[in-house]
Structures are given as structure tokens and as C-alpha cells.
Design a protein around this ligand. Sequence first.
Ligand SMILES: Cc1cc2nc3c(=O)[nH]c(=O)nc-3n(C[C@H](O)[C@H](O)[C@H](O)COP(=O)(O)OP(=O)(O)OC[C@H]3O[C@@H](n4cnc5c(N)ncnc54)[C@H](O)[C@@H]3O)c2cc1C
Ligand code: FES
Length: 267
Amino acid sequence: MARITQLKTRIVCNRELAESYRYLEFESSCIAKAALPGQFVNIRVSGTSDPLLRRPLSIHGIKGRRVKVLYEVVGKATGILASKKPGDSLDILGPLGNGFNLDRAAPFSAKESNIVVAGGMGVAPLVFLAETLKKSKTQIAQAETIVLIGAKTKKFILCRKEFEALGFSVRIATDDGSLGFKGKVTDLLNSFCGKTRPGMIFSCGPRPMLQAVALAAAEKNIPAQLSLEEYMACGIGACLGCVVSTRQGYKTVCKDGPVFFGEDLIW
Ligand SMILES: Cc1cc2nc3c(=O)[nH]c(=O)nc-3n(C[C@H](O)[C@H](O)[C@H](O)COP(=O)(O)OP(=O)(O)OC[C@H]3O[C@@H](n4cnc5c(N)ncnc54)[C@H](O)[C@@H]3O)c2cc1C
Ligand code: FES
């Protein structure tokens, strides 16, 4: 497991992407060197006790010594984070958790592909995953990768260009049909799984979406790696505040996860 660092660092960039969606960059050569796709950082946004707890945000990518994060402003902590300027300090703990497994042997044939399924802000860790797949020499990384991105509406579709720049083909689903397929990204996944049999599915997004991905994968016996979101306190496996039920017993999302194989999860 990568070494966990706690540090005070400076914000390099913190800008709006679309309405409540924002992009953050901070410097940390330790985290930048150690981070694996699917891992996250736990950020303390204030020097006071309000909010008391750190907030988990996925590592979206690494640029030299810098760590990239995408986040949505949904409440107090992310609101405070959004008000910060380049040069402001930030207290970070990371990299945390167990990320995506790129070594697991999948039942591949030359025709099989990886499918990456992103729902809303769930796209954040999947860009880092895609960048790592592109560089990796493992069996999984040799297969073609298709990316499915879903959101409520066109303006919340993020990172399409990043995936395309890596050479991956991207399909879009929006609930209102303002871009791409009209409907859920899981409907798009089901139609893909009807035509071809992917070798591996990687996914991150809201829990109901992940459950639907797990179901689609189980029906076709396709391994699926799902990055879960759960309310967290310590972020390091100490408080048991984030446990989920698995076929191997209770597991912490922060330390054993956040990425789990769909076949192991009990919903
Ligand atoms: C491993 C992990 C990685 C994450 N990565 C990202 C990321 O890359 N980008 C991003 O925008 N968010 C991410 N999140 C969610 C993020 O941590 C929460 O949105 C954030 O903590 C909200 O803090 P807040 O004080 O602004 O909102 P709060 O006031 O705490 O909550 C506001 C609203 O958000 C909901 N909410 C808060 N935390 C969670 C959670 N953990 N799971 C589900 N719903 C929640 C609450 O129910 C409430 O409706 C991640 C969560 C986990 C566990
Ligand atoms: S948040 Fe404390 S064990 Fe996961």
C-alpha cells in the first residue's frame, strides 16, 4: 500500500467548470508519486471545528508534482473549498484507499473490450484510470476501452475531450436527451452488453447507478470494478463509519475500498 502523507499545501488552481462543478489543483510531490487510480484524498477545508471532518475527493489526475481533483459543490465543506483562491493553504491526507485493479486476469479474447461507465461527478477518478490504462502494459490495458458518460443534461457531461485525447471512444447519455443517447448511462451499458461481451467494466457514480451496473455485469458474468461513495469520518479504516456488506463480511469503503468487485458486494 502507498505511504499516506498528511501535509499542508497551496492551491494552484480552483476554477468553475460548469455551474456547481469545479476543478482543483494542489502541489504535493509525495501524493503525486504514490497515487494510484481510484484512490482519494481527504481534505480539511477549514482550520476551525466547523466542518469538523475532512471530506473525501477522488484523485482525478496527476500533472508533474500537482494533484488534480474535480468536485461538485453540494454543502458546507465543498462550498468553503470553492471559495478558496490560488495560494490559499489546504490540509490534505492521502493517497487513501484501494484503487482499481489493473492486474486481475480477465477472460479476454482479442475482441473483448473494457467499458468505463461514469455517472455525473463519478467521472473524476475514471480519467486517472484511463490515463493509467493507456500507459499500463497489463493484459487489461491491451484491450480496447470504450467510455460511457452519463449525466442529467449536456452541461454536466465532463471530461469527454480528455478520454478522446487518450484515443478512447466515448458515448454519451443524458437524462433529457440534450446530448447523445436519451436515457440512463446504464441503458447504454445494457445495449453494449447485448451486442458484445466486455472483458471488464470499471465504474464510478451514484449508488443506484453502480447497483444497476453490478446487475448488468452479473447477468453477463462480466467482472465489474465499482468505486463506491460512502459517508466517511477518519478515512483510514479506524472508525468503521463507512462499512459496507460484502460476501467476505463487512469492509470499510475508505481502506478496503473505495473500489470493490461487483460480485463481492451485497446491496
Ligand atoms: C471515496 C470518495 C470519493 C469521492 N470523490 C468525490 C469527487 O471526486 N468529487 C466530488 O464532488 N465528490 C466526491 N465524493 C463525495 C464528497 O466527499 C462529498 O460530496 C462531500 O464530502 C460533501 O461535503 P459537503 O460538506 O460539501 O456536503 P454535506 O453537507 O456533507 O452534504 C451535502 C449533500 O451531499 C450528500 N453527500 C455528502 N457526502 C456524501 C457521500 N460521501 N456520499 C454520498 N452523498 C454524500 C449529502 O447527503 C447531502 O445531500 C467522494 C466521496 C467518497 C467517499
Ligand atoms: S471512515 Fe473511518 S473507517 Fe472508513
